[in-house]
Design a protein around this ligand. Structure first.
Ligand SMILES: Cc1cc2nc3c(=O)[nH]c(=O)nc-3n(C[C@H](O)[C@H](O)[C@H](O)COP(=O)(O)OP(=O)(O)OC[C@H]3O[C@@H](n4cnc5c(N)ncnc54)[C@H](O)[C@@H]3O)c2cc1C
Length: 352
């Protein structure tokens, strides 16, 4: 365990490519909780770093976060920089971005990954600006080219009609934010060991323009339920009205799951925007996904890449969703879903 102090504005300005090495995951925890996205990025970062024969470092920032260092190491990090200070709660973009940029200038990682969360979307672009490098936001896939060590960052482009892969060959670090739930968390391996380095912040770190007077927590939002749900029943355009939606909700309820929707369903006002699944909504990775009256457009299926079993109910046997479903039921969902509910209820009653 090491203890290192970091002074503000001590920077090495360097536009060159070498010798930036190592992959970093920004693990900001302003509320002292480790979000799933951080462990998802550690798992993906581990795969990429192994390809590049380099190390994974997590930058753990918050007011009382050192407890999480071991969890990060057990999930794949080689090293954790712990930046712990009471002033790091609440979250302010200015402080978090200058701390991460300051560390990056000093230790020169070649890649920085962060979650495309509310906080990540707010402070990571500032980090990229401070480091005078590129950033690809909202990625849905990542890979590396081992020849030239470039990070291949895939995200929707051209109005969402194509997936584009972006590289940043001439600047370091290469930076990307990644949407939650597109990658899977790694195994918790208690045998893994790593290094923890405590960073002491010295100097003028906390003189910033924003003063948080009060913070009001939003009630647990449905989006979070959707993220963590093991079972998600998605209503597509075939679900036309509140009566249809009641069937979808009932199916979700008997399965102990939650409801999501495709964009047309959200546009029609049948579900709130936060429940939209897909490229411009949320990405989900339930064990069971059931699509009801969903055609399987690429903008929707981009959000269910992490799903386990996919069941599609559609009256059109040629609907594209059948191409990626584990089980397909062809027919009118208004006939199929009540029967499914009846059978599941029967099974639940018998304790099956
Ligand atoms: C930039 C961009 C971003 C987008 N982002 C998203 C996104 O995040 N999420 C998203 O979902 N979409 C998104 N879209 C829209 C996407 O392209 C599709 O239009 C949308 O996913 C289609 O939704 P759907 O499958 O519900 O509707 P449709 O494609 O209209 O399919 C409806 C299906 O229901 C079936 N059906 C109808 N009635 C019944 C019935 N009674 N029983 C059984 N089956 C029935 C039909 O056979 C049909 O296959 C985006 C589009 C763009 C351009």
């Amino acid at each position: 365990m090491q203890d290192i102090s970091l002074e503000k504005d001590v920077c090495v300005k360097d536009g060159g490519v070498n010798p930036w090495r190592g992959l970093w995951v920004a693990a900001e925890c302003p509320d002292n909780k480790l979000n799933d996205i951080i462990l998802e990025l550690i798992a993906k970062g581990r795969i990429l770093a192994d390809k590049l024969d380099t190390h994974v470092t997590a930058i753990l920032m918050g007011s009382d976060v050192s407890w999480a260092a071991e969890t990060l190491i057990r999930h794949g990090a080689d090293k954790v920089f712990v930046v712990e200070h009471p002033e790091l709660a609440p979250f302010t973009e200015e402080v978090y971005s200058s701390v991460l940029a300051g560390l990056a200038r000093r230790y020169r990682p070649e890649i920085i990954l962060a979650g495309a969360t509310l906080a990540g979307r707010a402070y990571i672009p500032r980090v990229a600006t401070l480091l005078e490098t590129g950033l690809t936001a909202d990625c849905m896939d990542l890979d590396v080219n081992v020849e030239d060590r470039t990070l291949l960052q895939t995200r929707p482009g051209w109005g969402g009609n194509l997936f584009v892969t972006i590289a940043c060959p001439t600047r370091r670090p290469q930076m990307a934010t990644v949407r939650p739930h597109v990658f899977k968390k790694g195994q918790d391996d208690p045998r893994r060991h790593g290094e923890t380095v405590f960073i002491r912040l010295e100097g003028e770190w906390f003189l910033h323009r924003v003063r948080v007077i009060e913070s009001i927590k939003e009630k647990a939002v449905a989006e979070n339920d959707l993220y963590g749900a093991k079972v998600v029943v998605v209503a597509g355009r075939g679900v036309e009205n509140d009566k249809d939606m009641a069937l979808v909700k009932e199916l979700a309820e008997v399965l102990g799951g939650v409801v999501g929707g495709t964009r047309p369903v959200v546009d029609a006002g049948l579900l709130p925007e936060k429940l939209q699944v897909g490229q411009s909504g949320v990405s989900i990775s339930p064990r069971l996904y059931i699509g009801i009256g969903v055609s399987g457009a690429v903008q929707h299926t981009a959000g269910i890449k992490g799903a386990g079993v996919i069941v599609a109910i559609n009256k059109d046997p040629d609907a594209p969703i059948f191409g990626l479903s584990t089980y397909g039921l062809v027919g009118d969902f208004r006939d199929i879903v009540p029967e499914l509910i009846r059978r599941i209820r029967h099974k639940n009653r018998r304790g099956g």
